[in-house]
Write a protein that binds this ligand. Structure first.
Ligand code: URA
Length: 241
């Protein structure tokens, strides 16, 4: 049994105060009955009978957001010297325990997930679960060729002993490519490129598992994942949502 205001707040319907207002305005129903008391306790079995504005409520124990990270911000929530991605998290989501899933470098842009589901985050990042991350990159130096595609496909070890697992390199031309990796080692894409004689000038993450960066999300914009996106992500990570 859990309070209805807490259930709704946890599921992303707003802060406790916003949820209180929803209830007061008569917009929340349980089994067809308008509920105005946020303290009402709802059993697990009745949770799927909650509706908001006439639609069945989407109830979750965790929140996950997609941010289109612009370059120039570090993937941290606080820092004394650099601008951080925290400034893209609206105030009302700031005390929800959201943390970034993995890390994009300061100059890297694109798809960054934030979640308060530790298990989800762990599975996306851990090489054990093999979750794909796809990057669009533009390089300078030696042009890419078919030999690189083969080398990346096999996986390789660099001089400092780091081993990179097989990755899919798709060339647009000698300097532009898409790279899909299934792990998240420190500066992975840049180090893979560097060890084969080139420098990454531009790097953008465009996909995690089947979840693509929303093309309508401008740099710096953040939004909650849709139900369909959550389903894709949780099933790729073999987790129940
Ligand atoms: N690989 C990198 O080198 N940098 C990133 O930000 C992400 C992957």
């Amino acid at each position: 049994m859990e309070r209805i205001d807490k259930i709704l707040a946890k599921s992303g319907y707003g802060t406790r105060r916003e949820v209180k207002r929803l209830l007061k305005e008569g917009r929340v129903e349980l089994a067809g009955e308008i509920i105005t008391d946020g303290g009402l306790k709802v059993s697990l079995q009745s949770i799927n009978q909650i509706s908001v504005d006439g639609n069945q409520a989407e109830i979750h124990n965790s929140l996950t957001f997609m941010l289109n990270k612009p370059p120039g911000f570090i993937t941290a929530l606080t820092d004394t010297r650099h601008d951080t991605i925290a400034e893209f998290i609206p105030q009302k989501w700031q005390n929800k325990g959201l943390v970034p899933v993995g890390r994009l470098d300061k100059d890297t842009e694109g798809l960054l997930l934030l979640t308060n589901d530790g298990q989800l985050s762990h599975r996306i990042c851990s090489p054990k679960w093999g979750i794909e991350k796809e990057y669009h990159l533009i390089t300078q130096g030696r042009p890419f060729d078919q030999q690189d595609v083969e080398k990346f496909a096999q996986g390789f070890k660099i001089l400092d002993g780091t081993e990179f697992k097989p990755a899919k390199l798709e060339l647009v031309d000698g300097f532009e490519a898409y790279l899909t990796v299934c792990e998240g080692q420190y500066h992975q894409v840049k180090r893979m490129a560097k060890s084969t004689g080139r420098e990454v000038k531009y790097l953008k993450r465009i996909r995690i598992a089947d979840l693509e960066l929303d093309p309508d999300l401008a740099p710096g914009e953040i939004r909650i994942l849709t139900e369909a996106e959550r389903t894709k992500l949780y099933s790729a990570c073999r987790l129940a949502d």
